[in-house]
Design a protein around this ligand. Sequence first.
Ligand SMILES: Cc1ncc(COP(=O)(O)O)c(C=O)c1O
Length: 401
Amino acid sequence: MIKDITAFFSKNALNMKRSEIRELLKVTRRPDMISFAGGFPSPETFPVKEMEEISCQVLREKGALALQYGPTEGEPAFREELAKWINREKATIKPENVLITAGSQQGLDIISKIFLDPKDIVIVELPSYIGGLQAFSAYRAKMIGVPQDFGGMKMDLLEKVLEKLAKKNRKPKFIYVVPDFQNPSGATMSLERRKKLLELAYQYEIPILEDSPYRDLRYAGENVPAIYSLDTQNQVMVLGTFSKILGPGLRLAWIVAPAEWMDRMVVAKQSMDLCSPTYTQLIVAEYLRRGLLSEQIEKIRKIYGRKLEVMLEALERYMPKGVEWSKPEGGLFLWVTLPKRLSANDLFPKAIENKVAYVVGSAFHCNGRGQNAMRLNFSFPTEQQIDEGIQRLAKMIKENL
Ligand SMILES: Cc1ncc(COP(=O)(O)O)c(C=O)c1O
């Protein structure tokens, strides 16, 4: 009998970290809990009726295809419609540049798998998306965090890091950024910094990984061009997803990358799941073909834009002095910073007692910092819950000041 199975596990497996958020979601499912913790879209945005009708049509007309295995790269009809959609921003993407994945999370895993050996360096934002950190650490990469402010990663600091690494003859495998309404902070990288990022990436010859699930969810302000749309040297990989604009249950997302980078990605995906679900690809292909997505995004913008307003108003009304928060122009999250002496980690059990949940800031920091910060989600709770939840949070913070 095997007494200790861990002795058999790979170093990679032992290095994998459990997602604090996924664990947390178990607690937050309690009915009386107001949860600002997850990154769930609101079910009221799901286009259930249209999906029902299109699903029936797909089964009726293409049942044999829909329930069959498909190509690893993705269903041709879907890749084609998707490339058209993506080309709203850059007219040069061809279906061959698009790989369909089971969520962007799989995209992060595929990219980590093909680029990262143990101890390889990945540059990340401070704070950064937890699922990205999780994927990179599963392949035992060394993450170097570069601080950001509300205008995104600070390019002067990135430049210093790259200079220092170059002196030691070390080259990061890629620079990972979430430039639009970042998860977790809500920050959007300015155009100037996007240009500077490309300049540095060209100078030091480093790929950029642009992960942008919230790009279409802008509620205020002016659009900033996507980094890949400014790229002239074919050095940017992009992750996009239907999770936040249609429904995460579809598990449909995409990687756009230069065609020569694609082959290894396809091979990596083959050993993961052979192909993404043909059924949902055909449904979304038809959804796109009918031109329904723009209207759907408009609907979501209205709902979340209003929820964001409600959260900002509630923070203004209830939070004590010394507490600060970001004011995003889109996305699903905002970032609250507590006075230095308060730890969001220490307060967490008290928040749960008070039936309100958030994610601690430290979960998003590859360097363990961010103890006095928390991420709040505003897409999932109702407007009434947002107001009530912020009241509970503010009361608890006041009691602990
Ligand atoms: C920045 C970022 N990347 C990737 C993902 C994963 O999305 P999915 O796998 O649902 O496409 C998320 C989800 O919240 C995210 O915020």
